[in-house]
Design a protein around this ligand. Sequence first.
Ligand SMILES: Cc1cc2nc3c(=O)[nH]c(=O)nc-3n(C[C@H](O)[C@H](O)[C@H](O)COP(=O)(O)O)c2cc1C
Length: 180
Amino acid sequence: MPKALIVFATEDGQTAKVASRLAEAIAAAGVEVALRDCARGDAGAHLATYDGVVIGSGIHFGRAAKPLLALVKDHRAVLATRHTAFFSVSLSAGGPNRDPDAAKRHLAKFSEETGLQPDLSASFAGAIRHSRYGFLRTLLAHFSLRKTGLPEPGDHEYTDWKAVGAFAEAFAKRLASPKR
Ligand SMILES: Cc1cc2nc3c(=O)[nH]c(=O)nc-3n(C[C@H](O)[C@H](O)[C@H](O)COP(=O)(O)O)c2cc1C
């Protein structure tokens, strides 16, 4: 049975939710799947023991999480020998204030900053949950998204779960053949 690892970085929980959904769907395709939060000290351990590694990050201030980028950079030689996929989770990727060009830039920046060209990549729409943010975080979100604006007050999840499922299927299919 092929083995896959999903390493993710999340601030508000949506990337963790996407990572769990990916794990379920990849496992359903007959792959043994492990999930790791990048905040764990040993998130980069034993990468060579997996046939495939999926890397995911929420986007804040136009960037993926720094510790995750550092992990990928540190391990890019090993990762280049595995099947790899990257996904970002953001409001640029979907929702009323979407900005597809910015979503594309997040994917390009990942490769520029880490030196890794993943076999697959996708940007998924994220969520905004005003009820969970304090005054300061709401202010920061407004500042970060000042060009496109923030969705209305309230809690909104824009993630397209079908797209997440399709991404999982495409990745699981790749694991069936050796990395070229
Ligand atoms: C402080 C803050 C800054 C954000 N900055 C951006 C941004 O620069 N670009 C973007 O597309 N989305 C931005 N977002 C939206 C997040 O990407 C979205 O809420 C996503 O679901 C977060 O993923 P997470 O829950 O895994 O942290 C921001 C959200 C917050 C709260």
